[in-house]
Design a protein around this ligand. Structure first.
Ligand code: WTA
Length: 636
């Protein structure tokens, strides 16, 4: 008989727990947190002043999250598989690490890092492909109390450098290269280029991937295998950390051009990752969990690694992409490893749906019990395709709404326990008290309702600060509605209280489930030769959910549009990475601006969407004629 690790196993109990956590958070979370391994108990479950903001959970406690992810399972179930790694190429062999083996890998790397002088509180940048060493690296940092900052492998040298500088990292963990869709990808040379502007980095630990060699810089670069072999095995012990010590920084895009370092701390994040993993997915002991997100994003942190390991589950890490060598790759991986829970993004679902159902022929998928979706709104067509073709009509879908900032899932069905409704994230988890705010800043009570989504109370997994800039943290999240957390998303609530997330209401766009700040892309475009200014907006895209539509103004109209177009794409790739390349680039004579010089993005969005008949009042514009010129030449 499978045994459930979830606290909330009936809808009635969900409702009771939600009310209890809202009424007395200290009691609810204090009770929940007793199941973890603590070196020292807490004194206060929580203190939170969201107006300041000043947030602390489990103050006074000491713990190490890796003792909860690894040591306790290595004792209870040393031979249970902890991590399965499926390589990019289907003919290469998968690898499995038991809890015992994963603990020893992490301990060895932890010892090596200590041997290199990395100390508690030091920031470590991790720039690795989706290989087991990436998991070891994250956990080894956590073990010695170093703060990991994982940078997604698709970011450019400049993006890596910005993140390294902001975090003040002294060491980078990387590999000579990796694989993407059958092609070798150089990683080390990206780090080399980034480090030209990061004099603070004195050490680079380099994993040698033999098929993709890279030159080493003597005195700075260290070989991974040799360093591990030389390390003192006794130095891999778990550092006792204070509850509110930083666990990691993860950079994400916001409304300004500068990515912000979202800070999560040890205890609250641990409790939230475990609570949300076990309850949302209704995890049963022994199940295999396949999260397709890269560890470079928050979903990879909270569910591919921390949440699943905290629950003692088997987590599957996949180096490849959904469509290579064929669009049947995910289904092969699911069948090969008898995956029980599958968690992916709507973009992947839509692209596999578009590839045609013939790729499902021969796929069994009989092991699946629960399906999840994350990162952007899932449209009804994709939801139904996922439910029918992948879940065979028998697997509940959890449409999980959350953010890098929230640490873990906030609004979601509990698989098979509370109802799944197409395209709805449905109900808030215990600990999450959402509300909707209208355009005048007033709470919209009653149902149905619509407004900006705000969270009223502190929850254990919430971010604690923006690294190095607490004022930015306050300003971004707590100033629109003082004392409350503003998500940046809009939402609707139906007659039964179910939430449906409608999307961002700020200058952040979810492209293929990746967060992109329009200001970052504009900065990059403006760096291209001859460009005076630009504006980037989102436009619905069949596969990506949202695509980027760029309006670009040149000092002198470009002679050759094809060349100018290519230059812009190259500049964006150089400054940010290929993920931020605009899908549409329109050269325009000017941008619609108010008399005070503010770009009217609302109008640009409407034009991009093709809604040129409803541009609203343009009379307040500095130069209304520019709107007609733009609308006439809009790209289809
Ligand atoms: C969007 C990803 C609708 C939302 C975990 C949010 C969603 C942003 C959903 C955060 C969902 C995430 N339905 N929209 N189920 N999940 N989003 O920080 O706009 O990469 O604010 O975290 O993704 O993106 P982030």
């Amino acid at each position: 008989m499978p045994s459930s690790a979830a606290l909330l196993q009936t809808q009635a109990y969900y409702s009771t727990a939600w009310a209890a956590a809202a009424a007395d958070p200290a009691r609810f979370w204090g009770d929940y947190a007793r199941q973890f391994v603590w070196r020292k108990p807490w004194q206060t479950v929580y203190q939170a002043d969201l107006a300041k903001p000043d947030i602390a959970w489990f103050s006074g406690a000491e713990l190490n999250i890796t003792e909860n992810c690894l040591d306790r399972w290595a004792q209870l179930q040393p031979d249970a598989p902890a991590l399965i790694w499926e390589p990019s190429h289907p003919d290469d062999a998968a690898k499995t690490y038991t809890y015992g083996q994963l603990l020893s890998e992490v301990t060895r790397l932890a010892a090596a890092l200590r041997g290199l002088g990395v100390q508690r509180g030091d920031r470590v940048c991790i720039y690795l492909p989706m290989i087991p060493e990436l998991a070891f690296a994250v956990l080894a940092c956590a073990r010695i109390g170093a703060v990991h900052s994982v940078v997604f492998g698709g970011f450019s040298p400049k993006s890596v450098a910005d993140r390294l500088q902001d975090a003040g990292a002294k060491i980078v963990l990387t590999a000579t290269g990796g694989h993407r869709a059958g092609k070798p990808i150089q990683l080390k040379n990206i780090v080399d280029e980034a480090l030209l502007s990061c004099p603070g980095v004195s050490q680079v630990l380099v994993l040698n991937v033999p098929a993709i060699p890279a030159p080493m810089q003597p005195g700075r670069d260290l070989d991974w295998a040799t360093t591990l072999a030389d390390a003192d095995a006794n130095q891999g012990y778990a550092e006792p950390m204070e509850a509110e010590d930083m666990l990691f920084i993860l950079y994400t895009s916001g409304s300004t051009g500068k990515p912000k370092g979202v800070v999560h701390t040890c205890a609250g994040y641990m409790v939230w990752a475990h609570f949300t993993f076990t309850n949302v997915f209704q995890y049963q002991r022994g199940q295999v969990f396949f999260c397709t997100a890269d560890v470079g994003w928050i979903t990879g942190h909270s569910y591919l690694l921390y949440g699943s390991l905290l629950a003692g589950a088997t987590t599957l890490m996949f180096e490849g992409v959904p469509t290579w060598p064929t669009p049947a790759r995910f289904w092969q991986v699911i069948d090969r490893h008898k995956v029980d829970i599958f968690y992916t993004a709507p973009t992947a679902i839509r692209s596999l749906m578009a590839a045609g159902d013939e790729h499902l022929q021969g796929a069994d998928l009989g092991s699946l019990k629960v399906l999840g979706s994350v990162g952007e709104p899932i449209n009804e067509e994709a939801w139904h395709w996922y439910h029918r073709n992948i879940g065979k009509g028998r697997c509940p879908i959890v449409d999980t709404w959350w953010q890098t900032e929230t640490g873990g899932i906030m609004i979601s069905p509990l698989a098979g326990v509370t109802p799944s409704i197409p395209a709805h994230a449905t109900l808030p988890l215990p600990g999450v008290v959402p509300m909707l705010i209208d355009e005048h800043g007033a709470e919209v009570t009653g149902n149905p309702a619509q407004g900006n989504l705000v969270i009223k109370q502190a929850w254990p997994g919430m971010m604690r600060t923006t690294y190095g800039d607490h004022e930015r943290f306050r300003q971004t999240y707590f100033s629109a509605y003082p004392g409350q957390y503003f998500t940046g998303d809009g939402a609707m609530r139906d007659a039964d209280g179910n939430y449906r997330i409608t999307g961002r209401v700020d200058d952040v766009i979810n492209v293929s489930g990746h967060r992109i700040g329009t200001a970052e892309v504009e900065n990059a475009i403006n760096a291209a030769d001859g460009v005076t200014e630009s504006a980037v907006v989102g436009r619905p895209h069949d596969i990506k959910g949202q695509g980027l539509y760029a309006y670009v103004v040149y000092a002198n109209p470009p002679q050759d549009h094809v060349v100018a177009h290519a230059q812009i794409l190259a500049e964006v790739t150089k400054q940010i990475g290929a993920i931020a390349k605009p899908d549409w680039i329109q050269f325009v004579p000017g941008l619609p601006k108010t008399r005070s010089g503010k770009i009217m993005r609302r109008i640009l969005r409407k034009i991009a969407e093709g809604d040129t008949a409803n541009l609203g009042d343009t009379s307040t514009l500095l130069d209304p004629a520019v709107v007609d010129a733009i609308a006439q030449h809009r790209l289809t």
